[in-house]
Design a protein around this ligand. Sequence first.
Ligand SMILES: [Zn+2]
Length: 213
Amino acid sequence: MDIDKLVEGIGKFQKKDFSKHKNEYINLVKNGQNPKALFIGCSDSRVAPNIITNSKAGDLFMHRNVGNFVSPFGSDVGTEIASTIEYAVNELNLSNIIVCGHSHCGAIHALNHIESLDSNNMPNLIQWLKNGNRVKEIVENISIKKQLNQEEKLKYMEKISVIFSLQNLLTYPYVCEKVIQGSLKIVGWYYTIETGEIEQFNEEDSRFYAIDA
Ligand SMILES: [Zn+2]
């Protein structure tokens, strides 16, 4: 899809979606936003948060980055994600945070051959992918023990990365406090692009289960 197609899409949006829901858009301005959740997802174009949750403008406060990583509190590489979390939790008082990983994630794939990335062209990406170092180390060990093939290994990495991001969310003192109080819920999802299935992490047994909505 080239840019002309996107420009054509603007026309269609204004004629169809906007005119049909004009009052909802006006109310979002009058009353301000009141999103249902902070959605932390990958920048990957195949992950479309509003489409996969069948939600509308105003429903999701979003942060997207390469690999859907949540850097731990105080990390030098995570000021953007930290500022989004601060605003979502301390200003918007959101009661849900979703971390959504996905199948065929390029960032997770890149973690496995980070040494081949060109540091002149991609110095920031190399720095950012350090967020996944722990995931890489842990899955290397699991992979040897369980004799995983490459595809299984990547899937493990994509899912463990979501679990680490949930753990990292709890390093933010205000997130941890609200989770303990019960006013904030944090959930981990894993989206399989080719099947449309979304699984949710269950911390009781540390497994992902398909969401049967
Ligand atoms: Zn991705």
